[in-house]
Design a protein around this ligand. Structure first.
Ligand code: GDP
Length: 321
């Protein structure tokens, strides 16, 4: 991938960081305002500050256990220090968050295979089609031949939406009519990808079926077809989750992990959510790495997830960058 390598190139790094930072703006502001007010009211890092910290983490959707664990870590480290200011709380929390995120499994994204097949799964409206286009743009920029498969044949407008992106990106797409069998679209797309010698096939799948058929059964069938046609496919199955739904969305997400074999998460709409802490809940509840985050509606608003940058963007002062 043409990943912005965070350390190698200064301008790319700041661009990358700025995007994550913009995406996390609401969460950042809310956590710091809550904790900042408590620090001002008290004389040090006392119980009321720690309580406010835990509350702020809870409303950022990090999940109850993680909020308690992070607060405890800050309590311990703060008790052994003379410093009592907000900046100190912020640094401690940022370090603890980074430590927690770094301990999670890192995605092994790209197997070196001639044709890499990615499924995008998730409920309607989570951002699958948009993310498919964003990923396609990245793959194209990395010099790989990309083919798109419009296998969300059920959501009204999904096929046209992907077609519009394909036109804009000047990429080939395999599509059937609305309501067609998603597996048939996939089969044709796999054949076309092989015939063209494409390096990447991105498959936009349905979030809901209009027939009596079960979505998970359909996705399982698609997985079997992919594996039969291309060894090891799908090589990755990205679960697209909308950050604005917060931890409520995780119950439903679990079904996609169990039944659809999701291997990683793309967390979208971080730019419109104060629940940026959900990355931590995803690691804990779904045991899946967050691979990318979506920070807007335009084609380059997709950034590879980096634990250190994430923790910094969530908690550090603007002036530090
Ligand atoms: P699908 O039903 O899962 O295919 O969802 P879509 O790709 O159609 O996305 C639903 C809506 O969310 C669209 O209006 C997208 O432009 C928007 N969207 C997707 N990703 C993001 C994101 O990262 N940030 C914002 N603000 N909007 C997004």
């Amino acid at each position: 991938m043409s990943d912005e390598t965070p350390s190698a190139d200064k301008p790319a790094r700041s661009g990358f960081f700025a995007k994550v930072r913009r995406g996390l703006f609401m969460t950042h502001t809310e956590i710091l305002e809550k904790v900042g007010t408590a620090v001002k009211k008290s004389l040090g890092i006392d119980e009321s500050v720690l309580e406010s910290l835990e509350e702020a983490l809870l409303s950022a959707d990090v999940g109850a256990e993680t909020a308690a664990a992070l607060t405890e870590a800050v309590r311990e480290r703060a008790s052994g220090s003379q410093r009592k200011d907000l900046e100190f709380v912020r640094t401690l929390l940022s370090e603890e968050m980074e430590r927690l995120l770094s301990s999670a499994p890192r995605p092994e994204r790209r197997a070196e295979v001639p044709l890499f097949v990615t499924f995008l799964v998730g409920v309607n409206g989570s951002g699958k089609t948009t993310t498919t286009a964003k990923l396609a743009a990245r793959e194209k920029a990395a010099g790989r031949g990309v083919l798109l498969a419009a296998a969300d044949t059920f959501r009204a407008g999904a096929i046209e939406q992907l077609q519009t992106w394909a036109d804009r990106l000047d990429l080939p797409i395999v599509r059937h009519r609305e309501g067609a069998d998603p597996s048939a679209v996939l089969f044709d797309a796999l054949s076309a990808a092989k015939a063209r010698g494409a390096g990447t096939l991105l498959v936009d799948t349905a979030g809901r079926l209009h027939t009596k058929k079960n979505l998970m059964d359909e996705l399982a069938k698609m997985r079997r077809i992919a594996a039969r046609e291309v060894p090891g496919a799908p090589h990755e199955t990205l679960l697209v989750l909308d950050a604005t739904t917060g931890t409520n969305g995780l119950v439903q997400a679990r079904r996609f992990v169990e039944a659809a074999g999701a291997t990683g998460v793309v967390l979208t709409k971080l730019d419109g959510s104060a629940r940026g802490g959900i990355v931590l809940a995803i690691y804990r509840e779904l045991k899946l790495p967050v691979v990318f985050v979506g920070v807007g509606e335009t084609i380059d608003d997709l950034v590879p997830f980096d634990p250190a940058d994430y923790a910094k963007a969530l908690l550090e002062d603007d002036a530090a960058h």
